[in-house]
Unconditional design. Structure first.
Length: 255
């Protein structure tokens, strides 16, 4: 008997491919009745896998170094609860005040670490912490010695707890003629709809962690927009409608 699931609702082909890889790990747990663990998944992928696991009566937990971590791995058919996260992932740390998220991610990928092996990267006031799969931790500790022009010394945290910085938001609002994808991108970036369409068509924008390339896609309240080189925006709600029928929406930029 095979797993019962349907992925037809997933628009992003690359996202569907990644979820299928995660499902193959879940299938091992399903057929063997043994513990299995995955690579790191984003919140959308976690939601899909969680639904499939529940539908097929598979015990599953998600861990990422912090309950509020965005990227997490799953452990299916776990042997013990609570899980000792150190068996599956490690939290690494180094001191720095001038290195940012893309710098760290780029350095790790340059080392040959796959993106799916990397969890959250947390930029703190005077240090940087990040989660990786247990199997990659020692290699990174001894080989990641420089990022940009800064020499660094990476340590594996003994408590294996990822510290996250509280998010700050810049609240904004404005009018749009409809909730079309290109309309809202145009508003939040203060650019023309033509430029917004070009950005969307170029696969530079994710909606709730999926690449959407259809400018006419209708957004829902609560949608998270991730725009390459521009940041993240949360479409919170429709706060009113003008006499001309335009929507007044409220949104936040994560800063």
């Amino acid at each position: 008997m095979s797993l019962d699931y349907n992925l037809d609702f997933i628009i992003d082909k690359s996202k569907k491919s990644n979820i299928k890889k995660a499902i193959s790990i879940l299938e091992k747990a399903y057929y063997s009745h043994q513990e299995t663990s995955s690579f790191f998944l984003d919140p959308f992928e976690q939601k899909v896998i969680d639904q499939i696991a529940k539908k097929n009566n598979i015990d599953i937990l998600f861990i990422g170094g912090n309950e509020l971590s965005e990227r997490k791995i799953f452990v299916a058919n776990f042997y013990y609860e609570p899980l000792f996260e150190g068996n599956y992932l490690k939290i690494l740390k180094f001191s720095s005040q001038n290195i940012n998220h893309p710098d760290v991610l780029g350095a790790l990928i340059h080392l040959g670490i796959d993106r799916s092996s990397i969890g959250d990267i947390s930029i703190l006031n005077d240090s940087i912490e990040f989660a990786v799969l247990d199997e990659d931790a020692a290699f990174i500790k001894y080989n990641l010695t420089k990022i940009k022009r800064e020499n660094i010394s990476v340590e594996i945290k003994e408590d294996n707890a990822l510290n996250l910085k509280d998010l700050d938001y810049l609240k904004e609002s404005g009018f749009v003629s409809s909730l079309r994808f290109d309309n809202i991108v145009s508003l939040v970036l203060n650019i023309s709809r033509t430029k917004a369409k070009n950005i969307i068509n170029s696969r530079l924008v994710k909606v709730d962690f999926q690449y959407i390339t259809d400018p006419s896609f209708m957004l829902k309240e609560g949608s998270l927009l991730s725009i390459r080189k521009e940041g993240r925006f949360i479409f919170d709600n429709i706060s009113g409608v003008s006499k001309k029928g335009n929507y007044h929406i409220e949104y936040r930029k994560i800063i």
